[in-house]
Design a protein around this ligand. Structure first.
Ligand code: B4P
Length: 196
């Protein structure tokens, strides 16, 4: 299995690039944001609970997200690998993912981190908010809150993976195609030396 994490602040292009990468490499796309939005639109108890956090720019509690990831993983037996998009977002989630990888006798091959300035991120998210119908995108105050949460709770996850030398920063500003090419080059190199 070849498992990848796409990491970066809100609006850095994780969802955009994931769509292309899963197709290119035949990976299963595991987007926790996407799974949560699906629960919300199906009005499940999990979705109703998650919406309260997401509408305020806060993270959904770890145990909810981890449970969701575990069951999604189990629904895709025989997968060539997973692309984790927007997960892990806390150190507790990263540790839970390590436990899952060990249990399944596999590992995280690479963490790709998209780097984008805050000014550009706000612009992208407000722009998406005009058309996406996402209530967390059309209010600048909520967007700023998401950045603060990212700084406090998510950025320590980068240090977690830097320690095990799996972390690669990628310039996330430029055209979607340019960024995709940079991601692919890094993935191809990692795949060539990955044995699992
Ligand atoms: P997510 O769904 O993960 O989304 P995101 O961080 O907002 O955006 P992403 O980086 O995927 O941006 P995109 O490609 O779409 O999270 C939403 C919420 O769910 C979180 O705030 C949290 O509440 C909850 N949640 C999710 N996972 C969780 C977890 N593990 N634990 C707890 N809570 C969790 O790009 C954004 C915009 O930029 C798009 O409009 C796109 O078209 C544009 N764009 C992309 N690339 C561009 C480029 N190169 N140039 C210009 N524009 C670009």
């Amino acid at each position: 299995m070849f498992n990848l994490i796409l990491f970066g602040p809100p609006g850095s292009g994780k969802g955009t690039q994931s769509e292309r990468l899963v197709e290119k490499y035949g990976l299963i796309h595991l987007s926790t944001g996407g799974l949560l939005r699906e629960e919300i639109s199906n009005k499940t108890p999990l979705g109703i609970e998650a919406k309260k956090f997401m509408d305020h720019g806060q993270l959904v509690p770890d145990e909810v997200v981890i449970g969701m990831v575990d069951s999604y993983f189990d629904q895709h037996k025989g997968a060539a690998g997973f692309l984790f998009d927007g997960f892990p977002r806390t150190v507790a989630q990263a540790k839970a993912l390590d436990r899952l990888m060990t249990l399944k006798k596999t590992d995280i091959a690479l963490v790709l981190a998209l780097e984008v300035s805050e000014g550009e991120l706000v612009k992208r998210l407000l722009n998406r908010g005009k058309t996406s119908g996402r209530s967390d995108d059309n209010n600048e105050e909520v967007i700023r809150k998401r950045f603060a949460v990212y700084m406090n709770e998510t950025s320590p996850v980068a240090d977690y993976y830097k320690r095990v030398k799996k972390f690669k920063a990628i310039q996330g500003e430029g055209s979607v195609g340019e960024i995709y090419t940079a991601l692919r080059q890094t993935i191809d190199k990692a795949m060539a030396s990955h044995h699992n």
